[in-house]
Design a protein around this ligand. Structure first.
Ligand SMILES: [Zn+2]
Length: 264
């Protein structure tokens, strides 16, 4: 079985000490590809370096997360435009809107989001998108650019049926994390997961965040999530969709291959 984790924040400090072991465990668990997420200018540069160290296993994205939107400058765009020509850079993002935390003001978030969509459109790159508690503004902005970017994935989908329908109408892919394993706040997502078309669904851990709550307590690395846990999320999603685990691994990896242009 081959899985693809479309969101791993491997440049996070918590992976500094045992990165090789984390990558090894992911491989042992059947996680074939890791998409290393860029979340600000510095981390995006490090994502490329990481992918260069593991070119058979990793690809990188370049983006400024809505939490860091206030850091966006024209200069960031110039730097990304240059770095995006690197052969291991497969998408722009993460980018988007997060009105749940508002670490940057909504206005700054909208500005950075639009600037990055504009850049992705110019570069002809797929976009990796983050939306939390902001589906209305997010949908309106994305609508204006959707025809100009080749593909778009709304990662860590946690919104409602209305937003899901709107994103699917815009021909977006949908990323599902271990949020779906949460017995309380994951309920709405559990109900929506069967409605995502097979050719639009991809899986992700969002490691080191969002450790699936259905994993046993007392893991050796505490609350840190890692890509080796992706099959656990996959098993949960397969049950909800009433398909075999094997079929889900195959379809979600095929979707990721096509979306990001990953080699066999
Ligand atoms: Zn995110």
């Amino acid at each position: 079985m081959e899985w693809t984790d479309i969101c791993v924040n491997l440049t996070h400090d918590s992976f500094k000490r045992d990165l090789d072991a984390v990558v090894e465990r992911a491989a042992d668990a059947g996680v074939r590809w890791l998409l290393v997420t860029g979340s600000d200018e510095k981390e995006s540069g490090r994502s490329i370096q990481l992918a260069e160290s593991y070119p058979e296993r990793m690809r990188a994205t370049l983006g400024v997360h809505p939490h860091h939107a206030s850091q966006w400058q024209d200069q960031t765009g110039y730097r990304f435009a240059e770095d995006a020509s690197h052969p291991l850079v497969v998408a722009m993002g993460e980018m988007g809107l997060d009105y749940y935390r508002n670490h940057s003001t909504p206005a700054a978030q909208r500005h950075a989001f639009e600037a990055q969509l504009e850049l992705a459109a110019d570069l002809g790159k797929p976009v990796f998108l983050h939306e939390r508690e902001a589906s209305h503004d997010f949908g309106d902005i994305l609508q204006r650019y959707r025809d100009r970017v080749p593909a778009a994935v709304v990662h860590c989908f946690t919104s409602d049926a209305h937003a899901l329908d709107r994103y699917l109408e815009m021909d977006c892919h949908i990323g599902v994390t271990g949020w779906v394993c949460d017995e309380r706040r994951g309920q709405e997502l559990q109900a929506l997961v069967p409605r995502i078309p097979e050719d639009r669904l991809m899986l992700e851990t969002d490691a080191p965040y969002l450790l699936p709550r259905t994993l046993p307590k007392g893991l050796p690395h505490g609350r840190r999530n890692e890509p080796a846990f992706l099959p656990h999320i996959g098993e949960h999603v397969a049950r909800l969709r009433d398909v075999s685990v094997d079929a889900l691994a195959r379809s979600t990896t095929a979707n990721a291959r096509a979306f990001y242009g990953l080699p066999e």
